[in-house]
Design a protein. Structure first.
Ligand SMILES: *Cc1c(COP(=O)(O)O)cnc(C)c1O
Length: 402
């Protein structure tokens, strides 16, 4: 096809060119993509709810742990999730603007000027101090609309929340407030990833002890929630009236020490394709800094994804990928947009062969947990690091969910 010399050039080809431009605007043809299996999310939601024996607040902060905020939230809503949780006001507003209707709690600390936005978008507010309670009351009164709040108690995380041993006056003030509806009371576990840690029992005891203030003042007990993924997996007694799993919902364990007490299915795969093939001669180095040198003549392919997509540079000469069902090592430094893989002197791979960075290929698999270990980090950071330069593709779940 003839390529016009300028964007305005009129020619027989311009319709084709327009069609191509249009197609690119709609769906990326980039061979690198994230595939999200919505049926795995459904399975994990039901499995975690059954294990906890409690309603689920699905945590979808940080772009649903890299899986795509709006699509995941709509899907969980369609599957009957009782509530959603996000970190920031902006994430909650994005969900409301996308038409998500289930209750949404914003878990993060609040800033005074934002409070009215929570109320007008029907977002539930985390109130973590008496001061914040007063801010919420003032904003609610000014709007003439009551705010729905969850009281945040600190039982050992020392992040946000009123210390559980000082919670009495805080709870009394919240219950007495005519502009706030106390829907929940919660705290956050610091060590639940590790089934052997004694910290969780201490935190549970502090939390339950603080909750007795509601009874003492004759107030109805709000929803008590404490368990993150680690809590659901390892500490059934922390599940209480609602659970807040994040990473387990996506089928990933929080920590190498975690136990697989629930049958979880990973929802995310990260795939690309071979973009270049060559032979590197013995003694020749690969990539920036020349940190890896071929010990023998070997075949090396290039894969078009890098740390600019959130694939960690720490995997330089440490990570593996799957090509044609075989595991092969990443060699040399990962670049912003590409990296190289040694497929060995006899390896075969062709341009456009599929490359799996996270996920399964034939009988082989690379899970997010092992990628995290190779990169010297935790699975959370791997998932949420995968950024918007990578197109997301959804499978399963039924078309009506999108
Ligand atoms: C992120 C978060 C969760 C979910 O944690 P996971 O370890 O991913 O299950 C639950 N509660 C709060 C307050 C959080 O910030």
């Amino acid at each position: 096809m003839a390529v016009p010399t300028s964007y305005s050039a009129a020619s027989a080809a311009s319709d084709d060119i327009d069609a191509l431009r249009h197609r690119h605007a709609e769906a990326s043809d980039r061979p690198t993509r994230i595939r999200v299996d919505l049926d795995a999310l459904t399975h994990n939601l039901h499995a975690l709810r059954a294990k906890a024996g409690a309603p689920v607040m699905g945590i979808v902060k940080a772009n649903a742990y890299g899986h795509g905020l709006v699509t995941v939230a709509r899907h969980l809503q369609a599957q009957g999730v009782e509530q959603l949780g996000v970190a920031f006001l902006e994430e909650g507003i994005a969900l409301r603007q996308a038409g998500v209707r289930v209750p949404i709690l914003v878990l993060g600390g609040i800033f005074g000027p934002q409070v009215a936005q929570f109320i007008v978008h029907d977002l539930e507010i985390t109130v973590s101090s008496l001061d914040k309670l007063r801010q919420v009351e003032a904003a609610a009164e000014a709007l003439g609309h009551r705010a729905t709040i969850h009281l945040k108690l600190d039982t050992g995380m020392e992040r946000i929340g009123v210390h559980s041993y000082n919670a009495g006056p805080f709870i009394e003030a919240a219950v007495a407030s005519s502009w706030c509806v106390v829907k929940g009371v919660y705290s956050h576990l610091a060590c639940a990833d590790d089934p052997a840690s004694p910290m969780t029992a201490v935190q549970l005891e502090r939390f339950l002890d603080a909750c007795t203030h509601f009874e003492r003042i004759g107030a109805p007990m709000p929803l008590r929630h404490l368990a993150n993924s680690g809590g659901v997996l390892h500490f059934p007694e922390t599940c209480l009236d609602m659970v807040r799993p994040g990473i387990a919902l996506y089928g990933v364990l929080p920590d190498p020490a975690s136990r697989r007490t629930v049958d979880l299915r990973p929802a995310l795969s990260l795939v690309s394709q071979v973009v270049y093939f060559k032979v590197v001669k013995a003694g020749h180095s690969v990539s920036y800094g020349a940190t890896w040198t071929a010990p023998r003549d070997t075949r090396v392919v290039t894969v078009p994804i890098g740390y600019g997509d959130g694939y960690p540079r720490a995997l330089s000469s440490r990570g593996d990928v799957l090509i044609r069902g075989q595991r092969h090592p990443i060699v040399g430094r990962i670049c912003m947009d590409q990296f190289m893989v040694d497929i060995g002197p006899q390896g075969t791979a062709y341009n456009e062969d599929d490359v799996v960075l996270i996920g399964r290929q034939g009988d082989a698999g690379i899970d997010c947990e092992s990628v995290a270990i190779a990169a010297g980090t935790i699975p959370y950071e791997i998932l949420v690091g995968l950024n918007d330069r990578i197109p997301r593709e959804y499978r399963g779940g039924g078309l009506s969910d999108r």
